[in-house]
Write a protein that binds this ligand. Structure first.
Ligand code: PMM
Length: 265
């Protein structure tokens, strides 16, 4: 899954693809590099980020979803708003990626109930402005699995089908670096819940802090791709359904090499 952020302020690529034409060209490039799905988002979720209005979010994403799906791409819409999800589906999107797992907008479960649209349920404990204060766990792997299982049950009670749900551990969302590493180490526990798993480690802060600059500052986001690729290899070897990444080319190269080793006699 290749990331197409149509935002002025995402931590990793904020502003680079903010104009619709630039975002569409970027999405087409990611497709050529081997992305199976393009994840189009109009709201930055970096820690401390302010939310755009719904109108602004629609203005950002709809032309990009329309153009990329017309060009034949499979597009997922990265949104916490039911109205944005519905309008993006009308515009051609075929998957909804809600980082709040249906918790941020009470209208989201109802919007998807009775449809076959795949819905990504990410582990989430609150909006980005103050989420890091919620990074408190007894046992992060067990707690994330339990909370996701509860969220799946709630969504099923609200009319979604279990078969349309995917799970995501929500790396970096109310998680410290150590929490993220533990979740990556124990993806088998998440896989054990019996639903496809998506992992989004790409260029996140914990990778920048792992590989600091000589003066001790975290590595800038665009220079975290080698560390990102390593997390994607780990995720692939755990058998996950997908990885959500900014650098599709390097990810595809690495996963092809892993597959070649695994397929060798
Ligand atoms: N991370 C971000 C945005 N959307 N969606 C899913 N399913 N999983 C994630 O980990 C995730 C996400 C934040 O990263 P970005 O600002 O680079 O898009």
């Amino acid at each position: 899954m290749g990331v197409v952020n149509v935002t002025p302020d995402s931590f990793s690529d904020g502003g680079l693809w903010f104009e619709p034409e630039a975002a569409v060209a970027h999405g087409e490039e990611l497709l050529e590099q081997g992305a199976d799905i393009l994840d189009v988002g109009g709201e930055s979720t970096r820690p401390g980020a302010e939310r755009p209005s719904q109108e602004e979010e629609l203005r950002r994403v709809l032309p990009v979803v329309r153009a990329l799906t017309s060009a034949g791409a499979r597009v997922s819409i990265d949104t916490m708003r039911a109205e944005v999800a519905l309008r993006a589906l009308e515009a051609g999107a075929s998957l909804v990626n809600d980082v709040s797992g249906g918790l941020a907008d009470p209208g989201m479960p109802g919007a998807l109930a009775g449809t076959d649209v795949p819905f990504v349920v990410m582990h989430w404990r609150g909006h980005s402005a103050d989420m890091q204060s919620r990074a408190v766990y007894d046992d992060v792997v067990a707690d994330v699995c339990r909370e996701l299982r509860g969220q799946v049950d709630t969504l099923v009670e609200q009319g979604l089908r279990r078969e349309q749900l995917l799970l995501d551990p929500g790396l970096g969302f109310a998680k410290t670096a150590q929490h993220n590493w533990s979740l990556l180490r124990h993806l088998d526990a998440l896989q054990g819940l019996g639903l496809p798993v998506l992992v989004g480690a790409s260029r996140k802060g914990f990778l920048g802090r792992l590989t600091p600059l000589p003066d001790g500052r975290p590595r800038p986001a665009a220079d975290r791709d080698a560390a990102t690729v390593a997390t994607s290899v780990v995720a692939a070897q755990a058998g996950v359904w997908g990885v959500r990444v900014h650098n599709v080319r390097d990810t595809v190269d690495a996963l092809r090499a892993v597959a070649a080793v695994e397929d060798a006699p």
